[in-house]
Write a protein that binds this ligand. Sequence first.
Ligand code: HEM
Length: 533
Amino acid sequence: MSVVQAATALSAAYAVFVVGRLLAKREPGDRLIAINAGPLAMPISGFWPPKGWLGNSWAHFLRAAFDRFGQTVIPCIFPLTAERYIYVGDAAACKMIMNDRHAFIKDVKAYAVISFFGENIVGTEGDTWVRHRSIARKSFGERNNALLWTETVRTLEDWFAPWDAEIGAQGGKITANLTESMRDITLFIIASAGFGLQFSRTTLGEKREGYALPFGKALFTAIETMFHRVLAPRWLYSLPIESLRKSDEAYSELQRYIKQMIAEARASGAAPGADAESSEAADLFRRLVDANDEEQGARLTDDELLSNIYVFFLAGHETSAHTLTFAFALLALHPEVQDKLYEEAKRLWPEDSGEQWSTSKLPDYNRLEYALAVFRETLRLFPAEVAMQRVSVNDTTLPSQIRNAAGQWQPARLPVKAGTVCVLDIHAVHMSPLDWGEDAERFRPERFIDSPGYEWPRDAWIPFTGGPHVCLGQRFATVESVCILARMARKYRISPTPEIAKLPKDEQWRRLTKWTVGITSTPGRVDLSFEKR
Ligand code: HEM
């Protein structure tokens, strides 16, 4: 038998196997999903070229599926593996799944990717998760938010100074790479409000004595190479492969840095919460170490502490950086929204210098209602996690909506078998015309402002999910982002670069909001023009 014949026979046998399994497992009502982009999107996107496909197009593919099938909850089967999934694009069904952590559990295998330092809050379920969550949640609170606000103000001032000098030198306008700027700004902020480390543009590149890499570099490389780390077998690391060597170095440096920080936090011995204003007492890291040391019985080991701290960094950095990049791209595309944001910020800070500006404190947050709406609307259109998974423990039913022959939507219930993977399709919920109206695809922050007779649909906005697993850093991310949005819009007029500005509006939108599925929804490089107001 020739090689070609052997390959043909093998392919035919495989096709028969696939179709056989598919027919055996298929149930009435199952839809065939051609690309199982949801569950596969994460591992694939690290390696596989059609990233754009898995970003914008993937999201549109799934949304179109909900529309085409006329169902807000779709049972489906993936031909290659014959695995059954339920795609949930229904706000009420998502709420039910998120709220009952005993009936719908996290599939912890899917989180192995972030558990290599040890167990942590994100990669665990059941009693172990309760132990992690009860200690981790003590780190977050208004004292930390107060520090967060001041550190955001400080970081931005540090950032603005060279921009202002450049704007002056270049005749009033500069072009900045927003993707990179947001990555660095949010890193500085999580470093200081998270760890009491005050980075600046100049100190980011400095390494501590005895270390091979600066902290920021170790962290960025670790995040970038996370998938290698999980998927490449250990023996591969002994081969001279540069990317694996770099990944290994970054992880061991990061581990050393964080372990040293834990040791230093303990050695400094400041009584937990002794001074509400001092960063030592208020940063997340210090509070986590202190909360753990005070805990009776259920303490986290040092490896678990390290792992949770890494997760705070990971969960808290990329999500905020990407959301803010999308937000500024949207503001550049919508000058009328930007002007409203500017007016609000100007009412709060009439001057972009002086005492009131430089000593802004957390209570200012409460006067930035429109900035909050911009943040929420950005996350509606570009949720950092487009989908989350849970597995049903028992046979049950989920609420859904089905379109009848006359085109009207009617409530229904869909049966779900025990062991079925339920994909909470956050993006589809955010785009549903049933909750957000026919203009759901438009960027319109006003939809997040209640008015007499109108309350925005809370259950249909789930970028942080909800229920017991709800994002622990929701307020952290919100406070930080509102501060950045308001202060940047107060200081600068932000617009597309001249090359982009001359394109038709929908092409401008496409270029500036292009994204791919990475660890979180990942914007492309966004360059924007900045001009002082
Ligand atoms: C725009 C920013 C952010 C978004 C959109 C976001 C979104 C999410 C989502 C979707 C989850 C999963 C919840 C679930 O499994 O149901 C989550 C979990 C989590 N997030 Fe965030 N997050 C953001 C920022 C942050 C920040 C700033 C921190 C910390 C500094 C943080 C810490 C966490 C933690 C610790 C968890 C695990 C919670 C648990 O399983 O109990 N996140 N986040």
